[in-house]
Design a protein around this ligand. Sequence first.
Ligand code: IVH
Length: 679
Amino acid sequence: MKIPRNIEEARRRAEELRREIHEHNYRYYVLNQPIISDAEYDALMAELRAIERQFPELVTPDSPTQRVGAPPREEFGTVRHTVPMLSLEDARNEEELRAFDARIHRFLRLPPGEPVVYAAEPKYDGLSCELVYVDGVLTVASTRGDGQVGEDVTPNVRTIDTVPLRLREHPEFSIPERLEVRGEVLISKEDFAKLNQERERQGLSPFANPRNAAAGSLRQLDPTITASRPLVFIAWGIGQRTLPTKTHRETLDLLHKLGFRVAEPRRICQGIEEVIAYYRELENLRDTFPFELDGAVIKVNNMDLWETLGTTARSPRWAIAAKFKPRERTTRLLDVQFQVGRTGIITPVALLEPVEVGGVVISRATLHNFEEVARKDVRIGDWVFVRRAGDVIPEIVGPIPERRKGTERPILPPDRCPVCQGEVVKEGAYLKCINLACPAKLEAALRHMAGRRALDIEGLGKKTAELLVRRGKVQDPADVFFLRAGDFQDLPGFAEKSIQNLLQAIDRARRIPLHRFLFALGIPGVGEQVARTLAREFRTLKALQRANEEALMRVEGIGPELARNITRFFKEPHNQRILAKFLKAITLEEEPETEQDVMPFAGKTFVFTGALASMTRDRARELVESLGGKVSSSVSRKTSYVVVGENPGSKLDRARELGVPVLSETEFLNMLKDTGAHP
Ligand code: IVH
């Protein structure tokens, strides 16, 4: 960011920034149709703030820095918040969190060695709301609006199941005359996906992300529409302090008792280093978390200190948002490539101007299929939103038509296979090359077969597969096992050493457990789990080849379609020839009779304590059992692991007493990931 040195230049730039930001605010808050990512918006605001700091005389009352959020929409009535709803300052990394802690120490005149007690919790990416209860009854609900005045959305909020219409009675204290509960209105990732599917079926344009979906659902003039949307309210605080609580922790505990779902997982941290540990752990949970998170919120736990610390114009000094790296950015779509997969499906892949998303530089993203390209109307030369969620392949969310210049070109499906020039047909949403001998299919099959979870042949990657197929060294996957050093002599880029290494890797794959071989075959619908099940049930390839559809369907988890795929695969004469060839070169290790070895959690007993953030207990049990493990409700010496969620109970103490290994939720999730299971 460059800050102008003379005031004239600064004035010009500030005016330009304000115009832009006002426009983006309108698109974001009123239209729910942003055309830049949050990160870019934040950058514009940061630049404007920096200029205004340098030249305070340039601050105007209508500058976007002088207020938070959006003006209320006129169609709604307005509600003035008794205590302004401020926003939070951001910390983008651990260093900025430590700086926040140092500032608190300075303000409170605490010696550096004395830890401040913080309450840490998730920062939900939704729409903030205030619910006012008078004598325990929900009377008014409003959006944050500009922080001072929000929109009256009472009828809409009443339709949200997780909003208590009346507070629960509580024996230990009497409900205050007025209670202002603040929190976030959200849609889970799962419900968001369902909602968008439904909208697409109805020919409506999909929402860009869960937050836009939540905003669009809440700010409806017709509450029956809101009622049909799966909104959730999660409380993270109160307005006026009318509860008899001294700490933030107690406040949320009490709100929970009064009937609210509150921010989870939360943790009390002694000092900033524990906060940082929480921040890291939460980031690990991000992908499996049911709601979109954009960071953690860190608050000084002792609420009496809130007054001492006070607020700046827009945010309190006693809290900070520890943001995660943004996962959505904008960039240019430069060109499109067509990629042919194992089954012949042709996938359009976007080549992008490289952009950093969530810490990784991205230059390619999938466009899934041509129907999607048409529906989203993405064009070559467009500015697009790209998103990367965890390990998932980056994808194009959609174009930004407002940024078009008129030179953009449509993306047309090819009329021939881009690799073999063979014929293509449409199959549902997909375009498929139907040439059985298409080299691209064979290359993709080889890469799948050589993958770490299949035959694990190191050195047989994209380049090598392409060379082997296109130079005629390999005509089907089994040919790999008949390669000799001589076959590589005339191939470019192969040194003596790399040939030896590859041949050794191939030799190592000659003895292989049945389930890995089955997975390597790439039978449609047979992933790792199904391959394991088949191997366990049939124990030999011969037995499986002989099984008919009925026999297959008797196996847990195998339905009619999968059964048909499997029998069809083994009946195919071409496949039979290849299988026979494989068996000349490799030895299949039969599956042992017991479930040991096959099931990664066989013989292991898990005990859960505390709430898991990423899944329900039932789901956790289901996963453990599907991997051959057991779940027990009490800890004994025989327990293999105790998995600890938020607010663990006495089982944790018992585990420590008995010396049973204790796993955090992140460690448990990593263990699941290692087995290939999907939480
Ligand atoms: S506390 C004084 N806690 O983030 C502000 N906010 O930038 C106190 N948010 O408007 C906010 N999760 O909409 C707080 N656990 C959480 C939150 C949270 C999400 C949102 C909220 C607020 C914005 C602040």
